[in-house]
Each structure stands twice: as structure tokens, then as C-alpha cells.
Design a protein around this ligand. Sequence first.
Ligand code: ADP
Ligand code: MG
Length: 256
Amino acid sequence: MTTTPPLLQLVKVGKSFGRFRALHEVDLDVAAGSVTCIVGPSGSGKSTLLRTVNMLEPIDEGAILFEGTMIGHRMRKNHRVPVAKSVARRQTLHFGMVFQNFNLFPNHTALDNVAIAPRLVRKLSKDAARATATRALEQVGLGDRTGHYPSELSGGQQQRVAIARALAMEPRLLLFDEPTSALDPELVGEVLGVMRELAATGSTMLVVTHELRFAADVADQVVMMDGGRIVEAGAPAEILADARTERARKFFASVT
Ligand code: ADP
Ligand code: MG
């Protein structure tokens, strides 16, 4: 009997900044096509976790595996070779990341913002990159805004451009770091709507969010972090309705 490994697996991952431990013994399995929501108070290590998965931060302990293959692992100081290997692997993996503050280039149109990475990283021709970017913008409902500059778009539209930019890389895994936290409340729904569609069409997603309604409806698993550790993990109904720890109950009471 063979078993398929999870798409993404974190095994006892630890990460320190100087003497400060930002992640501690983090174990996490993400199945292909599943949605994992990460919740928890500010400073609990959620962004650091996404950054280690995206290989923006090397880890100090444990291992990160993609389809059973090591992509991030503990590195001794003065031994930087694995970093270069990790970067090479990242460029072939094309994880997509969406940030709180969109991070669009203000002097480029929506289309160019989305087309730049396919052209430079995926090495598509100019025409192919523009075609890919157009499709990605249509997918997030912005087929009629391709020529607009970020300043001509609402926050919700800008974040949808950022999602399109991630999609244009045809990522195996989509990472979202509080994608709606910087938005006015009336603009949150359109971004969550796009994310719901992505989830429904089988995208594998790791989402840091305070939107508990979204987590309850869409997530296959909800993970709660506190102090760099995973303190709760399970099906949304289990975690959101019946948080076992006092800490988790307090956190959910504060955000609902
Ligand atoms: P969250 O996203 O849950 O709010 P973060 O992962 O951003 O938390 O941060 C977790 C902790 O690690 C915080 O205390 C933060 O100050 C610290 N931290 C994050 N990045 C760095 C860094 N580059 N250097 C030093 N400390 C950091
Ligand atoms: Mg954060």
C-alpha cells in the first residue's frame, strides 16, 4: 500500500530571531486541494510561519516538505549552500503569496503588475505573459480593469489584482497573510468571494485571517497559534465552536 504524502508538511519547525523564539515545534500537514486557516493574536508567529513556508526565512529546527521532498530545513550558521538550493527550488515551485498591503507597483497598470513575474520568473514571452495576466485578472473579476493603475482602483480591487498576480504564476500553493485586514469593511466581501471561488475550484490555500466566518465556511482545518506554537488544530466546527483552551476561547471572544 502506498500513501500520498501531504502537499505540504511542517515537522517540528522552529525559528528564532536572535534569542527570541518566533516558532516552536510547529507540526502541520496541508492536503492537496485543502484550505487551512491560521488564526491567533498579533505576534503569535503567523506571518513568520508563512514566510518560512515561502522560503523567505530559513528555519532553525525541523523540516518543511513539499510532496514529501525537503524544501526547507535546519541550517547551521556559516553553511549557506542549502539556501541557494532552496531558492532554486522555490523558483520551480511558484508558491503564490498575497500580503495585507497588496504590494503592487504603483507605476504599472494592473495588467503589467500581473504580467511581470510570469515574464521574468516563468520566462514566458511578452504576449504569453500578457495573455496569462489577462486570464488571471478575468478570474478575479477585473477583466475590465486591466489598464488601470493601482491608484485608480479601490482597495478591494487592488487586492484582487494581487491575487491575480499570485495566480498568474500557476502556484501549487497559495499563501494569504491577512488579505482583508487593510480593507474598509465594505470591501472585504469581494476579496473573500474571490478566495471562496479559488477554494471551490480546488486551490490549496494557507490563509492567515481574522475572518472567522470565512474560516468556518471554507476551511478544512483551522489552526490557532499563540506564542509561536500551534495551540489548537482541527476541523472548523471543532475549533471555532468548541475551543478547548482558555486562551483560544478568549481569542475568539475578542474577534467575534
Ligand atoms: P503575527 O503574524 O502572528 O502577528 P509575526 O510572525 O509577524 O506574528 O511575529 C512573531 C514574533 O516574531 C513577533 O514578536 C515579532 O516581533 C517577531 N519577529 C518577526 N519577524 C522578525 C524579524 N525579522 N526580526 C525580529 N523579530 C521578528
Ligand atoms: Mg502577521
